[in-house]
Design a protein around this ligand. Sequence first.
Ligand SMILES: [Zn+2]
Length: 452
Amino acid sequence: MRLYLDVLAAKMCGARTRACRVATPGDTCRRAERAHECVCSKGVLWTIALLLAPIACAADYRAGVARVDITPPAGHAMGGYSDRKQGATGIHDPLYATVLVIESGENSLALVTCDLRSFVSTRVGEIAKQKYGIRNTIISVSHTHSGPLTWEARTPWYSEAEDKMVEAIGKAKAAMFPASLEMSTGHVYLGFNRRKVVDGHATMWWRNAEKLPSHPLDPAVKVLLAKDSDGKTRAVLVNFACHPSVLGPDNLQYSADYPGAMKRYVESQIPGATCLFVQGGAGDINPYRDKEPVAGQGFQAVDEMGQALGKSVVSIAGRVRPVSGALRTVSEITEVKNRWNPNEKIAIGWTAGAFGNSLCFAALPGEPFVEHQLTFREKAECDNAMLFGYSYSAGGVWAGYLPTILAAVEGGYGADYNTTVEVGTGERLIDRAVVKLFEIRGLLKDLPNPRP
Ligand SMILES: [Zn+2]
């Protein structure tokens, strides 16, 4: 019964969101919105939606945030560029794990966003489940190229970082408050597609300071706010797709690159809020000012890009709309072949979730090309859809680059060399996540209708 009511309420909350968007009270309208038939009439949908609103709408969430410093000691090997010949010399700006915990009814999610290049751990989620009852833990990294080597070189720092992530989840859980979630999208052009395809063949261009056009590209900035019962913004989650490689291999100091600068800017503009960055499908997207030399304007370029993104975020945060519906989640392992050695299997764990029809997400542990983000958004049929790339959650390995089928044909970095998963893996993961998202929203049935 509870499940039925939750699903019904989630549907109605989603319906209310769409109704708010397409009609004003008093209107009568009928239109197909993507796959959903949205029917609004005075006194019917509004009354039902308002009656159901207390069951599982905005104010029923609880949220908490916490941040912990996970910067390794100087001397640790750095990741991101193979041509660095020595370890880190020091810290330019600290690397953090910033955690957002969201509770919705019996379900809960800990989103552990880290200033790291990659991270693989099932231990963090297992302990979070045992100690704090957190059902889903996603470790999402920004992919900064000025952080340490991680799972390839499991140093003592690695398990210390895991412990600190667990500690931060505990702090976020202990600091939870009744919350409403609100969201909106804007656009900013700060990155470009680093694959130049001519006559069906890709060549790489890593830097584009002239901001010449490139394709495909997704300038979407997605902003999710968690507000407390006083309406004060306590968490700002930013989802944007672009490699944090403003700093190049000449930089030997730890830095969170542009996402760190963006977080500092947003937190200076929205006092009391903690900002989190979740990387999108950035597998083929570089910053215009890629590998800016430290001896030139490297750190200045980091600040400028971070502030440009931050200004967009602050603007978007001023025009958000409510997220509603109970959180439902699903995790799976998808097994694919090694593209270059078909006898070898590769297990890829992933998680997807939905707040009614108002917000869907899918978290993949690798580097999805930006087309996958565009496809996911189109197929998910949610008011807001976020693809979390670089996000480990459900076992298996780090999947590396996830090119599209077409990109695999065209070749280039991450599409031919420097990718190991079989061709079509990205499409399979997106399709599977979309199917499960329809299932958990109650939009796919277990049994067919009887023949008419
Ligand atoms: Zn990368």
